[in-house]
Design a protein around this ligand. Structure first.
Ligand SMILES: Nc1ncnc2c1ncn2[C@@H]1O[C@H](COP(=O)(O)OP(=O)(O)OP(=O)(O)O)[C@@H](O)[C@H]1O
Length: 284
């Protein structure tokens, strides 16, 4: 028995108008209902509800500290869910450690290097994405699958290079390849554009566009829309741990969609809003 309407979603009046009730639960990549997270004495997320349907590419936006990373970490079981429920492909990840359907999910965490201090090659790091279920044995064809994943991020020619010499952008692409090597149905990326060079941003945008074209569902945490802006069909905006917008991608105020912009300060962007995004202040 599911504990909330399958694919039930959506907080507040600004929803995307979806009618997910008819969709079978194992066909819904992400369904979150009234999710709350408290860490120590701080309530980080409260009453968060939304659904990501198969094949969607959805941005999770919000200012620093609004709870974006905590939300995706709670979905993949890194941070415990205190209240409400979350399902990935119909599996209740609220329930217990191990409930996350890793065979269908690729996760790229925020700001980590792919093999700091380890003399691993790009291929070895990507192959590690095939290790799971507490077994160290690699499946048949692991090398070819890892090479294909590296090819998807434009690094096939660097497969045998040590990741210790890679730039931040190249590390990010290796980590994305590590997430892609299992051919996931749902890809979750936390700030993949942060601190990477323009070439890697363009490569990432091309990779995500190709994945989206093949039907992969993508949930991506972002500070700035940047190179990914044209791809994004929908945005969920968090503020102080709550969903304040779920629908059309907001248009940032002039100058706010550049890598140089400092997104931390509050501002009102009312004069730059498109008409179809009503009453929305977005701190990007
Ligand atoms: N383990 C923790 N214990 C207590 N508070 C935490 C913990 N992890 C994060 N927080 C707090 O939760 C809030 C949300 O953090 P989170 O990293 O989810 O925000 P974010 O929107 O991803 O921000 P950023 O864009 O800076 O990464 C912040 O105030 C942060 O200090």
């Amino acid at each position: 028995m599911t504990r909330h309407r399958d694919g039930a979603a959506v907080a507040g009046p600004q929803t995307d108008g979806a009618r997910p009730d008819a969709v079978p639960p194992d066909d819904v990549p992400v369904a979150v209902a009234e999710l709350g997270v408290t860490l120590g004495t701080s309530t980080i997320l409260r009453g968060v509800s939304f659904t990501v349907r198969r094949g969607e590419i959805v941005a999770l936006l919000g200012a620093n500290g609004s709870g974006k990373s905590t939300l995706v970490k709670s979905l993949v079981g890194i941070v415990p869910i205190t209240r409400g429920h979350a399902q990935l492909f119909g599996r209740d990840v609220t329930a217990r450690h191990g409930a996350v359907p890793w065979d269908r999910i690729g996760y790229v965490p925020q700001r980590v290097t792919s093999g700091a201090g380890v003399p691993a090659t790009a291929l070895e790091v990507v192959v590690s994405g095939l290790i799971g279920n507490r077994r160290l044995r690699l499946p048949r064809g692991a090398r070819q699958r890892a090479l294909a994943a590296l090819d998807q991020v434009g690094l096939a020619d660097r497969a045998d290079d040590s990741v210790q010499v890679f730039s931040g952008g190249q590390h990010q692409r290796v980590l994305i390849a590590r997430a892609l090597v299992r051919d996931p149905d749902l890809l979750i990326l936390d700030e993949p554009l942060a601190g990477i060079d323009k070439r890697s941003k363009d490569a990432l945008a091309a990779t995500l566009e190709a994945l989206h074209g093949r039907g992969t569902t993508i949930l991506v945490v972002l500070h700035e829309l940047g190179e990914l802006g044209p791809l994004l069909e929908r945005a969920i905006v968090l503020r102080h741990g709550r969903v304040v917008h779920d629908g059309a991608r907001p248009t940032p105020a002039a100058g706010h969609d550049t890598p140089e912009h400092d997104h931390v300060h509050p501002h009102a962007d009312a004069g730059h809003r498109p008409a179809h995004v009503p009453n929305l202040r977005v701190e990007l």
